[in-house]
Design a protein around this ligand. Structure first.
Ligand code: ARG
Length: 472
């Protein structure tokens, strides 16, 4: 159970001056965020060091006090890294835990750190720094997953699989083309995260509680020291804004949606009736009752975790939507959602890359499924348009009649005789048979963005070159 605060007359040492009683234990535990916001310790220390240096530089604090603060904060950083720092629930959150320890270490100088600052601008700064770092890590894992998709695409560059619409066999495509579709989605995901990072990169520090501060602080200096593009213009906005949290969670939700669709296909395509993929032993699990089973748990968990990632955006948005400016304690609820959603997204990205790189791709099974009956029906209609100048809508109708005729005889289109075809439309010639093979169908789709081999090879080369470049 939480230890109670011990300030003067037993009240909280950090803010208890006007209180004569300690918080109830149940309230102390309810109010505290230290169990989860201790994660912000590195960012909190970075922010405090920048603030202390600025206070010293502009003469609000003596050089000696500023130096003592920086030293004390660095010692706390070592204690935290060594695991010897003692987090106290009575001290509520990471900000007060660090400040209280600083006062223990450097006395009055420590008690001067909070000059011209508030926990409101402090926490806003900390989460911006944390989110910026996390986005960089996420984008790195996205690049790794893209690279895994490119590798399997290249390994099976000429393999053909059925493409689906409505989950009905539609047209044959290259497996590499399929992989590249996810490479594209992931690139937009990285773009959205990078956009969010660029937009959040303004510094709230120095906004103080909500209205700014009477001290002659240098906000440009702290902003630059923390790697922000500029100090935020409006102090009220600086402490109230969490749209950057919504934005990164929205980007995460969209990325999770993509991963979930990919995961769904890994599950379906690795099932026995398809047999296109087999996840490696390392990324599958067995059944405790059915010895023959090989379950795609990695993919199922990626699909399942998308739920909580998408939910985090909703949770934070609903938490924020009724809040008056500026800070309200409700906002403390942003952290667990953000930490969990972005951790889970990172875990999904990290597991998918090696799962895909190590999975077996069954080219024969895919090829067989790609030769399913009538899969080249569109090619027949297109041939009628190109060779006989039949308007497409009529060509579609004629092809439909040919499909019905073949189906009635339990044959594929290419198994109809020319005479049988001419019975439906006398203009048809023997040349039609050239477009009815799966290979011809794929090769014909040479339009930009299409599945033909040369188009796909160009795209692989394009992405390989981009992926080889340093972080973007
Ligand atoms: N633990 C708080 C949070 O996470 C820090 C800000 C507290 N500010 C305040 N005025 N109580 O939101």
């Amino acid at each position: 159970m939480a230890s109670k605060g011990q300030g003067p007359e037993g009240s909280n040492p950090m803010w208890g001056g006007r209180f004569s009683q300690q918080p109830e234990e149940i309230m102390e535990a309810f109010n505290a965020s230290i169990s989860f916001d201790q994660r912000l310790a590195p960012q909190d220390i970075r922010g405090s060091i920048a603030h202390a240096r600025m206070l010293g530089a502009v003469g609000i604090l003596s050089k000696a006090d500023a130096g003592a603060l920086v030293q004390g904060l660095e010692q706390i950083r070592s204690e935290i890294e060594a695991g010897t720092f003692e987090y106290k629930t009575a001290l509520e959150d990471i900000h007060l835990n660090i400040e209280a320890r600083l006062i223990e270490l450097v006395g009055d100088a420590g008690a001067r750190l909070h000059t011209a600052r508030s926990r409101n601008d402090q926490v806003a700064t900390d989460i911006r720094l944390w989110t910026r770092d996390k986005i960089a890590a996420l984008v790195g894992t996205i690049r790794t997953l893209q690279s895994a998709l490119l590798t399997t695409a290249q390994t099976h560059q000429s393999a053909v699989m059925p493409g689906f619409t409505h989950m009905q066999t539609a047209q044959p495509i290259l497996y590499a083309h399929y992989c590249l579709a996810y490479v594209e989605m992931l690139d937009r995901d990285a773009g959205r995260l990078n956009d969010a990072s660029a937009r959040l990169n303004e510094c709230p520090l120095g906004a103080a509680a909500l209205a700014g501060t009477p001290y002659a602080i240098d906000r440009e200096m702290t902003s630059a020291a923390l790697g922000f593009a500029k100090p935020m213009n409006n102090s009220l906005d600086a402490v109230s804004a969490r749209d950057f949290v919504q934005e990164v969670l929205a980007a995460a939700a969209i990325c999770a949606t993509h991963l979930s669709r990919l995961a769904e296909e890994l599950v379906v395509f690795s099932s026995a009736p398809f047999g296109f993929f087999a996840l490696s032993d390392g990324f599958s699990t067995g059944s405790s009752i059915m010895p023959q089973k090989r379950n795609p748990d990695a993919a199922e968990l990626v699909r399942g975790k998308s739920g909580r990632i998408i939910a985090a955006f909703t949770a934070v948005s609903v938490m924020l939507k009724g809040l008056p400016l500026a800070y309200s304690k409700d906002m403390q609820e942003d952290k667990e959602q953000t930490f969990d959603a972005l951790d889970q997204l990172e875990a999904c990205l990290r597991v998918l890359a090696p799962a895909i790189e190590s999975m077996t791709v069954n080219e024969v099974a895919m090829g067989k499924a790609a030769s399913a009956r009538f899969i080249t029906a569109t090619d027949l209609a297109d041939w009628l348009v190109r060779a006989l100048d039949v308007p497409f809508r009529q060509a579609h109708h004629i092809t439909g009649a040919l499909v019905a005729k073949a189906e009635a005889q339990d044959k594929d289109l290419s198994e109809l005789s020319l005479a049988e075809m001419q019975h439906i439309d006398p203009r048809i010639t023997g040349a039609v048979f050239e477009v009815l093979s799966v290979e011809a169908s794929v090769a014909a789709r040479r339009s930009f963005g299409g599945t033909a081999g040369p188009r796909v090879a160009e795209q692989i080369a394009h992405w390989r070159a981009l992926n080889a470049r340093p972080a973007r």
